[in-house]
Design a protein around this ligand. Sequence first.
Ligand SMILES: Nc1ncnc2c1ncn2[C@@H]1O[C@H](COP(=O)(O)OP(=O)(O)OP(=O)(O)O)[C@@H](O)[C@H]1O
Length: 520
Amino acid sequence: MQKNHLRTYGNSRRYITNSERIWAQLDDPDFQKNVDLYVLQESTERERVSTQIKDTSDRIASQTRRPLRLSVSKKKDRSGVPPKEPVVLIQTSSRRESRENRDKKKKRDEFYSKKKTETHAYVKAEKENLVLAGSRPRIAHFDIPVVQRCKTVSQSTSKRHVKLDDLLRFLHQDAALPFKSYIEPFQKWIRKIGEATYSEVYEVHTRRRLVWKIVPFLKKEQLRCIDLYNELRSTKTLGDLDGFVKMRRGVIVQGPYPRVLLRNWDMYKNKYGTQNYRPDYFDKDQYFCILQLEHGGIDLEHFTIYSWQEAWIVFSKVIHALAIAERRFEFEHRDLHWGNILVRRKQASTQQVIDLLGRVSLSNALDKTNSASTAAEGDIQITIIDYTLSRLRCTDGRILYYDFDDPEIFTAEGDYQFDIYRFMRDSIKLDWASFHPKTNVMWIHYLAYQLVHKKNLPIPKKDDESRENTFFKYFIKVLNVIRPGSNNSSRYKLNSAVSVERWISDGCHLPKTAEKKLLR
Ligand SMILES: Nc1ncnc2c1ncn2[C@@H]1O[C@H](COP(=O)(O)OP(=O)(O)OP(=O)(O)O)[C@@H](O)[C@H]1O
């Protein structure tokens, strides 16, 4: 598999080759247990590994018949640091639908079209009962599924059709600006810093250090106006809160991809490699939206964390930000993987942070009056980004949400992130419009999992009574108690970021017996 034949596909960390095969990144130790690596060949560019699935787990049942190829890439990551562990890509499924999948889809479509008819009846009944569309749908006493009822009701207000004109009006523009001439004055200060599923990301360092996320939209297989509208409006709304990225402005431009950006794109590719196609294939009439955001730091996936205390500070700050947004805007992020949490150290040097963190204990990490703790917390800032899949209620009552109508989101395997999309779907049963803060708890669980298992922090020794150990135990408690589907989570009523934050700041209390069991 040639590296330059890969580009990102669907949700993050899935890739598609020219031969239309989808690959997912696989660094989940659970999954690796099922894989027997048996050939390892060195080549100049990268190591290639052939592998065969030994164990027939349900998740990969469809692939067990044929040997799989794994490619272990040694390429540097976006920040230029070679990954500590090789990145393993595993072929998951073909983009072209198999006959089996087509049949399943047909059945699903039939099921939903039947439900739609029922929904119609519901909406009529609701209107007769004078329940206004746009108010939070009441759901308790009807026996048709909540899913379809809520969706139809909310769509009549929050999912109204958004056209290019609406988008332009929202951004106070009469028409799209020519892409080339818009970029020209900034060309000396632009450099590419990252890439994503739908966009290329550049840093523009003039008087301020800004990030420009350049997103093509409107054409087939690109974002729709409604998706962009939701993202722009969510970013604007949440920007007032601490811990959420601030948007300077959004601009709609039109035209082919400017040469200066292509040059930058090439330089980035030569240095770090790329998983996207060179963006020189767009038509002359292509529209782009440039989201101009404040620079929030390095994404958590690539940010180096030095200690369990530091991990804890990042963790509690994310929970705090979510809790505030839940209260203010009934916010659910719904896509809070570690590429969407930016972290930055402010002022203090790394050594200062380590020294400082050495003085922070578990209890005072949450005690805002403790000076060491407060200083360390002040040095680490988190910024949550990317609200394409998010849900929130704006101050005018309008609900912004994504209806997860791309079934691909739920099919990826190999990383805990992908399980979370399925947990969300199963828990809220396609009722994407309504407020289900439980999804935030799921992402909090994912975050705890990533920090414990993926950041390469040393697991403290059992008999070591250091603070490291205490923080680690604390993480394990959180992991066990808020695990999606666990009884504990409902027993302690941990069904929102607000409740998780409260539970943690009350000391994460559990009955003694439960505690012993969890920490064993
Ligand atoms: N404000 C910002 N400051 C610093 N880096 C940023 C900022 N916004 C985006 N990035 C970088 O660009 C990457 C992609 O951005 P973002 O997640 O918003 O794009 P996306 O297309 O929605 O991504 P995906 O759908 O793949 O998660 C981030 O992981 C981050 O590394």
